[in-house]
Ligand binder design. Sequence first.
Ligand code: ACO
Length: 321
Amino acid sequence: MIRSCIIGTGSALPRTCVSNAELAERVDTSDEWIRERTGITQRYIAEPDETTGSLATAAARAALEDAGVAIADVDLIVLATATPDRTFPATATTVQHALGGKGFPAFDVAAVCSGFLYALGTADAMIRAGMAKRAIVIGAETFSRILDWEDRGTCVLFGDGAGAFVIERREVEEDGPGILATRLHAEGEHGELLYVDGGASTTGEIGKLRMKGREVFRHAVVNLAEVLREVLDEAGKGPADIDWIVPHQANARILDATARKLGLPMERMVVTVDQHANTSAASVPLAYDVAKKDGRIKPGDLVMLEAMGGGFTWGASLLRA
Ligand code: ACO
């Protein structure tokens, strides 16, 4: 059967790391409050010369190198972001040019923190439809640029970064590698719970992130548990078959609650929120790359990716590494 296989991964972080204690010098908060409520200990914040596009390019380069693939052998780039370099052109085209690519399709996907799941699902569908053979799928963000640094309820939660997969069309056996099943969802009625209060066609300004944290938390736990079961059912697998969950890294307590709902031990969750905070669309590929490079995710492992974000949008994807 034809499947999209993950043949390389890469990630990139800004140069500057900001600890909770350093943040508490600028914002009315404390290391203790942030750790207890979120599990976050530090985050990386982009310097003025670092952008979503430059982080995305670095992550894509690392993924190409990991895969042993040249840009000349790539025929698709899908980039998930809610913080593009410019309103247009799409940041994916900037990355294509920076990598020395030309001619093939490159576009952005906007589904906020679920963006990487949407981008991966889109690239996988295009590959299986015969529209592409080898794609770079990227999640990249500079959320520090849309944070209200006066709002301690949100500014402590996020960080900047990028992660990338190289995926390739391959003929594989039933129990072979590749993406097995993906489910994506959206419910626009919850748009006011998590949004940015600006935009090109409304205020004409970029705006700042606004969030009703408690309600987002409640929806996230319910929606994620549901979509994980849907994907497992579609693939004919159960929770016990999963080797690793690579979740969107929003908050350690959401990860804990999701693991408990599925009856999975926390040891099977890849957790990087303590180091990176919430990097929105970048968090899933960043965490995957960390767990692959440190030897946790091995070839043949069954890995569940999942995310939920503004919209609301949410989704999950089950793959064999
Ligand atoms: N430092 C110190 N005190 C703070 C801070 C801070 N950074 N932020 C809020 N507080 C105070 C509040 O002012 C409030 O004080 P009060 O009781 O005197 O009024 C108190 O802490 C409790 O505030 P809540 O907002 O009710 O705190 P809560 O326990 O809900 O935790 C949090 C807030 C961490 C945001 C939580 O709601 C949460 O994790 N929500 C999930 C949202 C999330 O992760 N979103 C990410 C984007 S969406 C996604 O990726 C899934």
